[in-house]
Design a protein around this ligand. Structure first.
Ligand SMILES: [Fe+2]
Length: 134
């Protein structure tokens, strides 16, 4: 969410639009996790989330978000394996759906990092500032 606001403040409309969409997806994931934890009679310990890594420029944003998404994919794969071992297919299926969203985020960030590498920063920033980039 911070990265989306930074991108908007820098006039990078396309980047802001994508990062806001990712943020909304992540909020829906958090909601589903909390609902599942409560269903399983647990308590959502939201105060124990990990470090929030904020980039100070576009390259850092893409790198830090990419690292976070790769970590999320790894964690969801581990959680799916654990749920499978425990015979908790409801959790396993929920995580499988979330995992697909996270893989799509990784894919998008990989594409952006590749575009940045091929275009160079000035052209890539111009691309991000436009309305045309999807
Ligand atoms: Fe994500």
């Amino acid at each position: 969410m911070v990265h989306a606001e930074l991108a908007e403040n820098w006039g990078l409309k396309a980047l802001a639009r994508h990062l806001k969409a990712h943020t909304i997806t992540e909020m829906r994931h958090a909601e589903r996790h909390m609902e599942r934890i409560l269903f399983l009679e647990g308590f959502p310990e939201v105060s124990r989330i990990g470090e929030i890594r904020i980039g100070k420029n576009v390259e850092e944003i893409l790198f830090k978000d990419y690292e976070g998404e790769v970590q999320a994919v790894k964690g969801y794969n581990e959680t799916m394996n654990l749920a499978q071992r425990l015979g908790d297919n409801g959790t396993r299926e929920m995580i499988a759906e979330i995992l697909k969203d996270e893989e799509a985020h990784v894919d998008w960030l990989e594409t952006q990092r590749e575009l940045l590498s091929r275009m160079g920063l000035p052209a890539y920033l111009q691309y991000l500032a436009g309305e045309f980039s999807e």
